[in-house]
Design a protein around this ligand. Structure first.
Ligand SMILES: Nc1nc2c(ncn2[C@@H]2O[C@H](COP(=O)(O)OP(=O)(O)OP(=O)(O)O)[C@@H](O)[C@H]2O)c(=O)[nH]1
Ligand SMILES: [Mg+2]
Length: 224
């Protein structure tokens, strides 16, 4: 008798877990740009809430995740912090762009070369057949270095407009800017939620396998 109770309990626990995983939506956001612009620091600021004491050049990719709540729904934002150095990224590039939901292009406001190179990063992104409906944003980082700014805001704004991107000028280092860093990812998550272009955890009951599938896109009505 107690055994029967146990079996019944297992079944209901499993279906509850299935339901929970179906409801977990994951947004894959990749962060792209030259080496040293601060991609790791920005992703760390968003997911960990602080500025890392020390960073090393990213090799391949580092994943960071943060659960956010939007209109009562908990969503997992999966941030792919990519390597800026060619030698540390070449074997991974296909993986960066596969099933991506949004792209964050980063430049360093104190380094004009990192701004000019954005064109190359955009071309790489387009070359990997990332759909035009995948939201993209532009981030000028290191705004705390006010005396060293080389990229004027209006130049960056024109570029962002021409490429249909929102522009965020911010600093991963300055704690007063942390809300601004959060708003980069939150604006994207908000837009993706509205778009319904999501990774669903689609529970395939066949053979008890769990697979990830991508839903078809619908038109966005997000205000951001
Ligand atoms: N002043 C200032 N320094 C920053 C800021 N963000 C990052 N840095 C510094 O810039 C350097 C590079 O930062 P990372 O985040 O490692 O750069 P990355 O873009 O991830 O570089 P790769 O991994 O090689 O592609 C580090 O010394 C950071 O401390 C910022 O907002 N302000
Ligand atoms: Mg890095």
């Amino acid at each position: 008798m107690p055994q029967k109770v146990l079996i019944h309990h297992n079944v209901s626990t499993r279906s509850l877990l299935d339901q929970l995983s179906i409801q977990t939506r994951i947004f894959k956001i990749i962060v792209i740009g030259d080496s040293n612009v601060g991609k790791t620091c920005l992703t760390f600021r968003f997911t960990g809430g602080s500025f890392p004491d020390k960073t090393e050049a990213t090799i391949g990719v580092d994943f960071r995740e943060k659960a956010v709540e939007i209109e009562g729904e908990t969503i997992k934002v999966q941030v792919w912090d990519t390597a800026g150095q060619e030698r540390f990224r070449k074997s991974m590039v296909e993986h960066y762009y596969r099933n991506v939901h949004a792209v964050v292009f980063v430049y360093d406001v104190t380094k004009m070369a990192s701004f000019r190179n954005l064109q190359t990063w955009i071309e790489e992104c387009n070359g990997h057949r990332v759909s035009a409906s995948v939201p993209r944003v532009l981030v000028g980082n290191k705004c705390d270095l006010v005396d060293q700014i080389q990229v004027p805001s209006n130049t960056a704004l024109k570029f962002a407009d021409a490429h249909n991107m929102l522009l965020f000028e911010t600093s991963a280092k300055d704690p007063r800017e942390s809300q601004n860093v959060d708003s980069i990812f939150m604006a994207l998550a908000c837009r993706l939620k509205a778009q319904k272009s999501l990774l669903y955890r689609d529970v395939q009951r066949e053979n008890g396998k769990v697979q990830l599938t991508q839903e078809t896109e619908t038109k966005s009505n997000c205000p951001c």
